[in-house]
Design a protein around this ligand. Structure first.
Ligand SMILES: Cc1cc2nc3c(=O)[nH]c(=O)nc-3n(C[C@H](O)[C@H](O)[C@H](O)COP(=O)(O)O)c2cc1C
Length: 337
């Protein structure tokens, strides 16, 4: 597959922040912690985003919340994503973060897309999309308070009867937001159904700030089709990155060279998994890291023939990092590659 000259459009700016590439690592609560961001960056991530961070957690100095903040050693540029349901608290949280001498980041991102009832019941996440005036007032206040460029992550709308992203996007730009990321699902869709890129034809033309698109990016072809349809500046890789960092590499490499990389090998996947597991243990401690890895580690092996028994072992028998290393050694000894 050859496509025309992707190179001239490689760089875009969010305010004064330069983003040199086409792949943004999506925020995923419970997944894209510091270790995940550090692990993924070398594959070709051009912008990373933290997990969503509670404004009230920041205001009250909640210890758990503070761990979600960007850290020294985080890949740059990085966006810090806040969520909350009240303008006053969002502004207070921004002021508090800006006063923290040891926290550095490039972009302040607002979560206006989370569909989880615990968040939307308190008017946070995608609940903001329901009331345009209230949303724009909040954005004006946050843009004023923040010394970093402000971006937002939105959905198509609340449900099929209130799809309002096209109306909202120019208004969001007009109040000073510097980048819009759009997840092509409604809130009611949660993470199911299909991302509806057909609603986003030439969407980039309706705003002058960068557009980043999100939803169902599982292959290079998914990314290219969505980018062509929307003319977006970059694509967010979310669930598709879990156990498949090579997807980021394929997309990044394509836009930088015009070449299509072949599939990853099992041997490389095992190496990637070892690196990620070590980073996660370092960040979270062995017990928590292993519990997280039970969910994600087997994704690194899926799609490779004859690895089912090892995937089962990982999910059922792994209690320590040494168990994982042992299982991965066994695969190495089994002549599967
Ligand atoms: C486990 C999980 C956690 C997520 N957490 C966040 C979050 O904290 N902030 C946010 O804006 N989006 C969050 N999302 C949404 C993703 O960033 C992305 O927009 C969505 O998964 C669609 O992309 P995909 O279909 O390629 O996975 C999350 C998604 C998943 C699956």
């Amino acid at each position: 597959m050859e496509r025309s000259n992707p190179l001239p459009f490689l760089m875009f700016k969010i305010g004064q922040v330069e983003v040199t590439g086409k792949v943004v690592l999506a925020p995923m609560a419970g997944v894209t912690s510091y270790a995940y961001r550090v692990f993924m960056a070398p594959f070709g991530v051009s912008l990373s985003v933290t997990e969503m961070i509670s404004d009230c957690g920041i205001i009250y100095g909640n210890e758990e919340t503070l761990r979600y903040l960007p850290q020294k050693g985080d890949p740059r540029p990085i966006a810090l994503q806040l969520f909350g349901g009240e303008t006053e608290n969002l502004v207070k949280a921004v002021e508090k973060i800006e006063a923290m001498a040891d926290v550095d980041y490039d972009i302040l991102d607002l979560n206006l897309g989370c569909p989880v009832p615990k968040v939307t019941r308190n008017n946070g996440g995608s609940a903001w999309l329901k009331n345009e005036e209230h949303l724009l007032d909040m954005l004006r206040a946050v843009v004023k308070a923040s010394h970093k460029p402000v971006s937002v992550k939105i959905r198509l709308g609340w449900d099929d009867d209130s799809i309002n992203f096209r109306q909202l996007m120019p208004k969001i730009e007009a109040v000073g937001v510097k980048m819009i990321a759009l997840h092509f699902r409604t809130t009611k869709q949660l993470y199911g159904g299909k991302a509806r890129y057909e609603l986003g034809q030439n969407l980039r033309d309706i705003i002058n700030i960068p557009l980043v698109i999100s939803g169902d990016i599982f292959t290079l072809d998914d990314a290219l089709k969505a980018m062509e349809m929307t003319k977006a500046d970059a694509v967010m890789v979310a669930r598709g990155s879990m156990g498949n960092p090579h997807l980021v590499k394929q997309i990044d490499h394509y836009y930088k060279t015009g070449e299509i990389l072949g599939p990853v090998t099992l041997k490389d996947q095992i190496e990637h998994l070892r690196v990620f597991a070590n980073l996660l243990v370092k960040e979270k401690g062995e017990k928590t890291a292993i519990s997280n890895l039970r969910g994600i580690a087997s994704h690194f092996l899926s799609g490779f023939p004859h690895t089912k028994q090892f995937r089962i072992k990982i999910s059922q028998e792994m209690t320590r990092l040494s168990d994982l290393n042992h299982i991965l050694d066994e695969i190495g000894d089994s002549n599967l590659f």
